[in-house]
Design a protein around this ligand. Structure first.
Ligand code: HEM
Length: 426
């Protein structure tokens, strides 16, 4: 009996000792990062995560404020007060992305691995090189050119659905599900020749996929995802949230498919959402873009651009590219000038600014061997969606409806992208 009590006491003491070491001793006295400047820890359990998870849309994000205050290399505190580096220095980023790509292994993330497996995003070293070589031919100019009619077809369905709502007298429209379904339908078709048809019907696979990404980010979901990095077994606890998590990938959605679905769907969806949000906030920019589109496509019922035509539109290019990589580097006044923190798509037309921009300091799609394989697909797809929507509709903010930025699991508009939509008459 005494032995059992001693064993339990030692175990409890061991756990307390480990927690004290992890949360107090390591971060403040031993970690090699301890002397790097950064925001003070706000909570021993959640570090600075709470601040990071309550961002407002726009340009004044915590990381940006930290870089302004502490410099291009900042230490903040993660879960259990773990010191974490935030790097916004273009030379170091160059080393990570170009010269030492495979030395920087991606963090172990059991939740993400369980969904996407060791596909292109999570494979490392030789395995990654082999997979990348295999996938590259699918992303040539000729192949992407051939995807454009699919982008147009799916966006035409989207346009029809929004038109229907407006014609029924509805003007405040929740665009989040529409855009999410549009990009899901597109990636299904161009990636696997699979018709999700999620815009127009309900589909088992689309529902399974939706349960992974579009459920509310409850505290339990966030906690399970963060904790599973430290205690992977947590995913085995037989509770509803874990059951849903397992059911959604078990049989139907295999790893490589999931990799492309996730990498190719949410990214494009979220970027298009924020581009529309910003255009609604800046009506003058929206009008300029529409003028360009009206000139290029005088008959709005015949919006049928080729890949080269859609890429030749100057204002559409300024839009689509800026609001992607939300990192401090993209808001550096040294690169982007004194108005770095303002939404100003026209900066892309200013040669004196653009001469400072290189693929070392502008990285919406990352760079080097691990850069986004689908960047040209994403840009063409988003230009078609934005182009057709702005050519056909006017978007305005809804007075009193406040949109925040959700941080987990993807930075979507929260609660949703609600805008006033009206039809462009001709
Ligand atoms: C706005 C849209 C998109 C953005 C902002 C974006 C951004 C990125 C970034 C930053 C990475 C590097 C991530 C990392 O290494 O951890 C990446 C990788 C990747 N992206 Fe994208 N992406 C977009 C759209 C797409 C699309 C449409 C596809 C597929 C058709 C795609 C497929 C991939 C894949 C497979 C990888 C892993 C590449 C590798 O490690 O070799 N992405 N993307």
């Amino acid at each position: 009996m005494l032995d059992l009590i001693s064993l339990v006491s030692f175990s409890v003491l061991g756990v307390i000792g480990w927690i004290t070491y992890k949360m107090l001793v390591w971060p403040f006295y031993i970690s090699p990062l301890r002397k790097i400047p950064g925001p003070p820890c706000e909570n021993l359990f959640t570090g600075n995560l709470r601040t990071l998870m309550t961002e407002e849309p726009g340009f004044d994000e915590p990381q940006h404020r930290w870089v302004k205050k502490y410099g291009n290399i900042v230490k903040y505190h993660g879960l259990f007060n773990e010191p974490t580096l935030y790097v916004a220095d273009s030379k170091i980023i160059q080393e990570i992305t170009l010269s030492k790509t495979y030395d920087f292994v991606k963090p172990y993330n059991p939740s993400a691995l369980a969904i996407a497996g060791v596909g292109l995003v999570f494979s490392e070293g030789e395995n990654h090189k082999r997979q990348r070589k295999m996938m590259n031919p699918a992303f040539t100019y000729n192949n992407i050119k051939e995807m454009v009619p699919t982008f147009i077809r799916v966006t035409t369905t989207l346009k029809g659905l929004i038109e229907k709502e407006v014609n029924l007298g509805k003007s405040n429209i929740n665009l989040t599900p529409y855009l999410s379904k549009t990009t899901l339908d597109v990636i299904g078709l161009v990636g696997f020749n699979y018709e999700f048809n999620s815009l127009t019907s309900s589909n088992e696979l689309a529902t399974a996929y939706d349960s992974l990404f579009n459920q509310p980010a409850t505290k339990l979901r966030i906690a399970m995802s963060l904790l599973s990095r430290y205690v992977p077994l947590i995913r085995q606890i037989p509770i509803d949230i874990n059951k849903k998590f397992r059911d959604s990938y078990d049989e139907e959605l295999k790893y490589q498919i999931m990799t492309f679905l996730i990498a190719g769907h949410e990214t494009t969806n979220v970027t298009t959402c924020w581009a529309l949000y910003l255009l609604a906030q800046h009506p003058h920019e929206q009008d300029l873009l529409r003028e360009e589109l009206v000139k290029a496509f005088p008959d709005k019922s015949n919006f049928n651009p080729t890949y080269d035509e859609i890429n030749s539109l100057e204002h559409l290019n300024c839009n689509t590219e800026m609001f992607i990589g939300i990192s401090a580097l993209h808001k550096s006044t040294e690169i982007w000038g004194p108005t770095a923190d303002k939404y100003n798509p026209k900066r892309w037309l200013d040669p004196s600014l653009i001469k400072n921009v290189t693929n070392l300091n502008y990285l919406p799609f990352f760079n080097g061997a691990r850069g986004c394989i689908g960047n040209k697909v994403a840009l063409a797809e988003m230009k078609i969606i934005l182009g057709m929507l702005i050519r056909n509709f006017v978007f305005q903010p809804i007075e009193g409806f406040h949109i925040r930025k959700k941080v987990f699991p993807v930075p979507k508009p929260d609660p949703y992208l609600g805008l006033i939509v009206s039809i462009v008459e001709s």
